[in-house]
Design a protein around this ligand. Structure first.
Ligand code: PGA
Length: 250
């Protein structure tokens, strides 16, 4: 059985006052029924991990360098994230692919570094609107999946987040049929890889404009194991009903 996961991606938002949201989420009864992860900016990681200590809530990061240390000004390594209290790291988000030219090969190296540091790698992928219009969405996402996964992948150290680029921050969503088709396709491609239990065990999240009012329908979709939530994860008042909708799916 795959345990459901609600992951919040704060992106480049949040200063110390936002840490109160961590406390509110940690106190939520539903947060014990599913896995809940909050990924604040790196500046808040250690303080957020302290707030979440002793609760079921876990803290993650939004990126890492592929090297464990060295001359890379401004970068942060996976062991540093783990040392700050992170348990997971988002990798290959479409904003990093667009803003920083990250390729799936970059993501694969970072995921290997995350695994070596004991972090769960949340690998993001998804098609652009043009690629969907051209009927290439399934192929594009499967190609990103194949290129992004390192040999170190196993059922527990990796999570896939399907995030159509055109659905992120736009309020536009694929239909549940399109989400089911994509998630089923990705799981089938995972089954092509060697490694017992990977396809059955890896969680596949949906991300892109998940809100309290659409969460239940998304979570009722086959092969959806949770969500990666951006804007609606910034306030506990918005994220809580999403977590509760996930917990209600059993
Ligand atoms: P959104 O972002 O929920 O604000 O659309 C999702 C994401 O980018 O992970």
């Amino acid at each position: 059985m795959r345990r459901k996961l609600a992951a919040g991606n704060w992106k480049m938002n949040g200063e110390r006052a936002a840490l109160d949201e961590i406390g509110l989420l940690a106190a939520l009864p539903a947060a014990a029924a599913v896995d809940v992860l909050v990924c604040p900016p790196a500046t808040l990681l250690a303080a957020a991990a302290e707030r979440a200590a002793g609760t079921a809530l876990t803290i993650g990061a939004q990126d890492c360098h592929h090297a464990p240390s060295g001359a890379h000004t401004g970068d942060i390594s996976a062991p540093m994230l783990a040392d700050a209290g992170a348990r997971a790291v988002i990798l290959g988000h479409s904003e990093r692919r667009a803003d920083h030219g990250e390729t799936s090969e970059t993501v694969r190296r970072k995921a290997a570094a995350a695994h070596a540091a004991g972090l769960v790698a949340i690998i993001c992928l998804g098609e652009t609107e043009t690629e969907r219009d051209q009927g290439r969405a399934l192929d594009v996402a499967a190609d990103q999946l194949a290129r992004s996964l390192p040999d170190s992948v196993d059922a527990l150290n990796t999570v896939i987040a399907y995030e159509p680029v055109w659905a992120i921050g736009t309020g536009r969503l694929p239909s549940t049929a399109q989400i089911a088709e994509m998630h089923g396709h990705l799981r089938a491609r995972l089954a092509d890889r060697p490694g017992a239990g990977i396809a059955a065990g890896i969680r596949i999240l949906y991300g892109g404009s998940v809100k309290p009012d659409n969460a239940a329908a998304i979570f009722a979709t086959p092969d959806v194991d949770g969500a990666l939530v951006g804007g609606a994860s910034l306030k506990a008042a918005d994220f809580a009903p999403i977590i509760e909708a996930l917990a209600a799916t059993g």
